[in-house]
Design a protein around this ligand. Structure first.
Ligand code: SF4
Ligand code: SF4
Length: 136
């Protein structure tokens, strides 16, 4: 038995398809959905922990890729350099999981919840002072 944590990005035309559930039926895998963020008409993101035979995990991941899903290992970590951050909140509306959020509506202070982050990297480019970095 093997276990692997992966980050899935679904194109918007695939989010309502039962692609992930075929992992159980066709590849005899079990999975735990660690995080998911799926909004109609937008990209969907999901973090899965897959359990099963190693070769079946490889086949299952190939199935996901063949269906047009982007698959990446969960081996990245996002960090915010608060010394550089100007609290502009540009990242907040972009973050699909709410990991970057306004913690105080009066001051519009931004905070980061690493537990919610799926390392999709969507926030990195829009950050004007480049305060958000990915670490491997
Ligand atoms: S990488 Fe950035 S945009 Fe993506 S979930 Fe993490 S904080 Fe949000
Ligand atoms: S976009 Fe960058 S500078 Fe603006 S609030 Fe987010 S982390 Fe801070």
């Amino acid at each position: 038995m093997a276990s692997r944590k992966i980050v899935l990005t679904f194109p918007k035309d695939k989010i309502d398809k039962p692609i992930v559930f075929k992992l159980i039926k066709d590849f005899n895998l079990s999975f735990n959905i660690m995080k998911a963020s799926i909004t109609p008409d937008q990209e969907g993101h999901m973090v899965l922990e897959l359990d099963g035979d190693k070769s079946e995990i490889d086949r299952g991941i190939k199935h996901l890729k063949d269906e047009g899903v982007k698959v990446e290992p969960l081996s990245k970590e996002i960090r915010v350099d608060w010394n550089k951050c100007t609290q502009c909140s540009a990242c907040v509306s972009i973050c699909p999981t709410g990991a970057l959020y306004v913690k105080d509506r009066k001051t519009m202070a931004v905070d980061f919840d690493a537990e919610k982050c799926i390392a999709c990297e969507l926030c990195i480019r829009p950050c004007p002072p480049r305060a958000i970095k990915v670490h491997f």
